[in-house]
Design a binder for this molecule. Structure first.
Ligand code: CA
Length: 248
């Protein structure tokens, strides 16, 4: 039994038909797609299908589902690329994606997860196991407020709860570092000068030395970068700072 209330997700387009969560099955093997549709519908989901990567991207752009079951090996555009594009578009950045890979190599799963998939399952799979993952992911997505959450690389910010994580690790930031990180996470990879950061984080009317920014950036770095972790704050000489995976 599906409890519609708890199954509604941040994407909320589940209301497409009677409020049931919409699962987009992207699968070029007709028999497998039919089997998935049958089982998902039995669980109360509304199922849509795409037979190749291009069709999947078009459908997602037109009306994002609540979850995507994404085959890895697809005609036209690969599952990997579909996943990449989903993550790149602001409107679908948080869309739950489960990669379905036919290849047993762990490497594919790892690549899938690196591309931003939330989970993966290897063919041939047990349908109950797959349904359990779909359920878990939808529950997780619906627990997250659509607004008030920011994510970049492995950093997640919950603005409402005022909490920050790097991966599984909770971070403890001072109030200024929190606001600084929030601002940078709203504009990832963009370089801001010290003056721009002062205006945005401290406010236009407050007179603070630009050097103050350096101090807080240093603190922020210390808080978010653990040992052996990628430095996510990029210093651009004479230009300023950015949140970036290529910090050099
Ligand atoms: Ca396939």
């Amino acid at each position: 039994m599906i409890e519609t209330q708890t199954m509604e997700t941040a994407h909320g387009r589940g209301a497409r038909s009677s409020g049931r969560p919409v699962v987009l099955v992207v699968e070029d093997e007709a028999a497998l797609a039919t089997m998935l549709r049958y089982n998902l519908e039995k669980q109360g989901y509304h199922v849509e299908e795409a037979v190749d990567g291009q069709e999947a991207l078009t459908r997602i752009a037109e009306a994002p589902p609540d979850l995507v079951l994404l085959d890895w090996m697809l005609p036209t555009v690969s599952g990997l690329e579909v996943c990449r594009q989903i993550r790149r578009r602001p409107g679908t950045r948080d869309l739950p994606v489960i990669i379905v890979t036919a290849r047993a190599e762990d490497q594919d799963a790892v690549r899938g997860l690196n591309t931003g998939a939330d989970d993966y399952i290897t063919k041939p799979f047990n349908i109950e196991a797959l349904l359990a993952r779909v359920r878990a992911l939808l529950r997780r997505a619906s627990a997250m407020p659509a607004k008030g959450k920011l994510a970049f690389h492995d950093i997640t910010m919950d603005l409402a709860a005022h909490r920050v994580w790097r991966g599984e690790r909770a971070l403890h930031l001072g109030p200024t570092e929190f606001r600084l990180l929030e601002f940078l996470m709203q504009h990832p990879r963009r370089v801001f000068s010290r003056e721009e950061l002062l205006d945005a984080v401290w406010g236009k009317d407050i007179h603070v030395e630009p050097r103050t920014v350096d101090v807080h950036i240093r603190r922020l770095r210390k808080s978010i970068n653990g040992e052996d972790e990628l430095d996510l704050v990029r210093t651009v000489r004479a230009a300023g700072y950015a949140l970036d995976t290529e910090a050099a």
